[in-house]
Each structure stands twice: as C-alpha cells, then as structure tokens.
Design a protein. Sequence first.
Length: 276
Amino acid sequence: MAVTEHLLSSVHLARFVARGSLRMDAVVPARMNTEALEVLSAGVAPVPYGTPVSTAYPEGSFVRRLLELPEVAGALHSLVGPEPNVDHHFVHIREPRGGDAQPLHGDAIIDVRSDAFDVQLMYYPQEVTLEMGGTLSVPGSHLRRTNESDTGRYQNLRGQERLTCPAGTVVFLHHGIWHGGRRNDSDTPRYMFKIRFNPVVRQRRLWDTADLADPRVRSELDTVFPWYEPATGRLERYNRVMLWRALTGDDSFDLDHWVTRVSNRPQADVSQEVPA
C-alpha cells in the first residue's frame, strides 16, 4: 500500500481511543459506490487468515482501490501501520423487510490485549436511512472485555448510536466495540462490506503526532459516555490511559492519577541498621 500524507491527527487518535470508532462520511466517490453494488452482489472471494493486504487484493481490484483512497489509506496506516494482514472480510447484505436484529456483541473471542488492537473497516456504498437499519454500536464500550455475545441480553444502552449515513461512508472500529446489525425495514437491500485488519508492526506513533500536546487530546481521552456509571466510567478511562501510553510510548501520561496510583511498585529497599 502506498504511503499517504493523509494521516490522522493526535486529536483524532485520542477520539478513536475514547470512542472505539472513527467515521468518515461520503469519503468514497459516487462512481465507486455504483461499482461497489455490482461487486458486492457478486461476492468477494475469501482469503486465508493473515494474508498481507497487498496480496489479498491485487492491484486494480475494487477493494484495493477502495483501500488506496488517500483518506482511507491514511486512517488505516495511522491505526495499524503499513501493510497489515487481512484477518477476514465479509459482504453483509440485508434483504428488504427481512432479517432479525443481531444481538449486541463484540467480534471473536475475548481479547485481552491492552497494547495492541485490530481494526475493522465497514464500508457503506449506499445511503443508509433509519428505516434501513444500519449498524448499532455503543461508543466507549471497546475496552470492556467481553466474549462475543455476553452483552446480547442488553436490549438498549444509553448513548448507543444507530448508524445512518450518506453513500460512500467508511467507519473504522476497534475490534472490541459492542455492536450489532439492525433489521432492514425498508424496500431497499442494504449492503455493507467489512474487513478486519491485523497489525504487523508495533502500533506506536503511526499517525501525525505534531499536535500531541494539544489540550484537546486530553479532553477527548477524558470523555464520559451516557451508559457509564461513576465507578465503571473510571475503569474505562483507566483502560484508555493504558492504551494511550502504549500508543505514544509515554509512560507518564495519566488522567486524575488513576494509573499512576495503581501501578506504583517501589523498588528501593530501606536499609536497617542492626542494633549493637
């Protein structure tokens, strides 16, 4: 994949770390969206787990051209680095007035990594209206460790977002975010193409760090979402600090002393004189 100058800023990265998602509206040109409906209807052949992205999608193919759009390539590089592996991809098609709503879930088995993450790209080639369903997600849920459908018993959470968007929208998701596809109650088929990427480099300072000291970085990382209770909200922000430290290499960064306090492991010994 070509290196792009369209890298994300530190403020955008902090927002992703806090929310677990990054949305780019109408970033794909109309002509590609029209082409996508034909390509996705025909299906995209699967690739083996862990295939390098440039091998998975040959030069000139629709998916390769999608990933080479400057804004898409810049965001992908900022999140997982150059030449990530393709974990898997899938074409989701919801037929008109068909299908059940998915239970709220996180993809794959429980993932305990605190210093790395996979990214899922979701591409919507057509306008998604509220009637068409779209994807439901819970901002800020991605660092709460769950196993697949452990959250499926929850029907609604305060602050959840049900995606509606213009054609050509791309959303990047942290692999752990709680989400689920909604019913399509319209008369139009709904298409969504998903790719999960695995990084092959350390995810440290892969974005444009010129604004790393911007006060908005700390503000984004300290965001509180409506579904948090006071104590659990502290846990989510604690986990963000741990991830931000890993991403920046700055082990001194903290919010309200939480990580500093619980990671305190003094190594100095107090020598004691033996009484005469």
